[in-house]
Ligand binder design. Structure first.
Ligand code: G3H
Length: 496
């Protein structure tokens, strides 16, 4: 168990004697009263007072751009991040285990998440070195010599999601930091403890007040931070509803930069000339990896009516091969879900689909045991159902039959989401006829492969309500900074 009794603010590990949030794993254990979530620790529930102090520390460290961190050379900032990363790597085992216990991700995938995050940090450092090299070049026009550089934006409020509590958090936190901004960082509710072993590394690697952590109930502590008007950048991977509510609280919302990764309802389109085996295997990966709890997951499948029965048969057979189990077991695909109310919500989606004429077509689909939910393939889904519109973020594969390719295109046009789509086809003419209409609806079109974020050097964003700003290595460095110029006019007196 990890019982965290301190938090990082203004360069110090502050002891906490107030109330604590008990953390329970999605992994259940047998008790005399039946299966119960295992207690794995606790963390501080800070109040507005502590979060305001942390905010003031970040504001003071930035000091309107005059602070030590925002004025430090790029090389020195990189050295601090490298130093942090070395210390972070020493904590790999404990952090990976905490990812596993806190959110039920398989141990193998938790280790992958850690390694991917470290690779991302090193890629970020390399990208910043390139940007910095470019800024040592001068542009000369009309007697004016200009040095183009990238400058920080100020104080960043950074909040990550539960599904990639380390990786997704750090893909905003690290670029924000390395560009010279100062930070307030609130870990996700499911996925707080795993950040605890890294606090000392933050404290000892960066100047005082540059990284501050806040804990507790988001709806208690975050609104005050936004209302203060002292946050320059809001970065959040989560729901568009929360992001919109928070943005509205800022007194000068037009001066707030928002870098957001939000809701998505990615579709797979399986055309009549698709390689069905490939479409099935990619749909399984795309819709059920980490129990479907990925913003990039395939959350609705359009299949040409002529292939629908064969597709469903093969999809069910593949789903049956997936291994259920505890996250530490080898080769496990499906694990317990961390969100308390998720099994009930998924059941409700399935009941709603049934009430409108669809069925779960695979054996045991939708069955639950405490925090486990067996994947459900639901068919035929139509526009009256919740599963047609809502982002289920769980192990349900809604399948819609179609006759004309206009139908999935119309679905995407009408959708409030615009992250990704996957097309499965072996017909080059069909693929090219789809690319333009689809790339104008979503920010990534995948051909004959699942939807996903990686490779992490690719831009990661979304249209409509799915995102604001762009992440991934170089784009994130741009997102958390502004292009500025130092322009000198050559006159007789300064020519030399
Ligand atoms: O939840 C959204 C993640 O960025 C997804 O990343 O596609 O690599 O699983 P992934």
């Amino acid at each position: 168990e990890i019982n965290q009794k301190e938090f990082l603010s203004n360069g110090e590990m502050k002891p906490w004697n107030g109330p604590f949030n008990e953390v329970f794993s999605p992994v259940c254990i047998k008790t005399p009263e039946g299966l119960k979530r295992k207690r794995i620790g606790s963390f501080p529930v800070c109040t507005e007072k502590e979060s305001t102090e942390a905010l003031d520390a970040a504001v003071a460290a930035y000091d309107n751009g005059r602070g030590q961190w925002p004025t430090m050379s790029v090389a020195d900032r990189i050295a601090c991040v490298e130093n942090f990363t070395h210390k972070m790597i020493e904590q790999k085992e404990i952090v990976a285990k905490l990812i596993m216990w806190e959110i039920g991700k398989s141990y193998a995938d938790s280790v992958k998440e850690f390694d991917r995050t470290v690779e991302y940090i090193y890629a970020t450092i390399d990208a910043l070195k390139d940007i910095d090299r470019q800024s040592s070049r001068f542009e000369i026009e009309q007697g004016i010599v200009a040095q183009v550089r990238r400058s920080p934006l100020g104080v960043v409020l950074c909040m990550g999601p539960f599904n990639y509590p380390l990786n997704e958090t750090f893909t905003t936190l690290i670029p924000a930091l390395i560009m010279g901004n100062t930070l307030l960082f609130k870990p996700p509710k499911h996925g707080t403890l795993l950040h605890y072993p890294l606090l000392e590394a933050f404290r000892s690697s960066f100047p005082k007040g540059v990284v501050n952590t806040i804990y507790g109930r988001g709806n208690t502590i975050v609104p005050g931070l936004m209302k203060s008007g002292k946050i320059n950048v809001l970065t959040l991977i989560g729901s568009s509803k929360v992001a919109n509510e928070l943005k509205k609280l800022h007194p000068k919302v037009n001066r707030l930069r928002a870098i957001l990764g939000l809701d998505a309802k990615n579709a797979a389109i399986i055309t009549k000339d698709a390689d069905l085996d490939l479409a099935v295997s990619e749909t399984v990966l795309g819709s059920l990896s980490f129990n479907g709890q990925r913003c990039t997951a395939i959350k609705i499948v359009y299949v040409h009516r002529s292939l629908a029965q064969e597709f469903l048969k093969r999809l069910s057979a593949e789903v049956e091969k997936l291994k259920f189990g505890m996250p530490w077991e080898k080769g496990v695909n499906l694990t317990p879900l961390p969100e308390l109310n998720k099994p009930e919500y998924l059941r409700d989606c399935i009941d709603d689909a049934a009430a409108h004429g669809a069925k779960v077509i695979n054996k045991n689909g939708g069955q639950t045991l405490e925090t486990f939910v067996y994947p459900a393939i639901v068919y035929p889904v139509n526009s009256n159902m919740k599963l047609y519109r809502e982002e289920q973020f769980g192990p349900i594969v809604p399948v819609v039959p179609f006759d004309d390719l206009e139908e999935p295109i119309e679905y995407l046009i009408g959708s409030p989401h615009g992250q990704q789509v996957s097309i499965f086809s072996n017909n080059a003419a069909v693929i090219s006829s789809l690319i333009d209409p689809l790339v104008n609806q979503v920010s990534r079109v995948n051909i004959n492969c699942q939807c996903q974020r990686g490779p992490d050097v690719f831009p990661f964003t979304g249209r409509k309500d799915s995102a604001e700003g762009t992440l991934s290595v170089v784009d994130a460095l741009r997102s958390f900074s502004i292009r500025s110029l130092v322009a000198t006019k050559f006159t007789d007196s300064n020519k030399k």
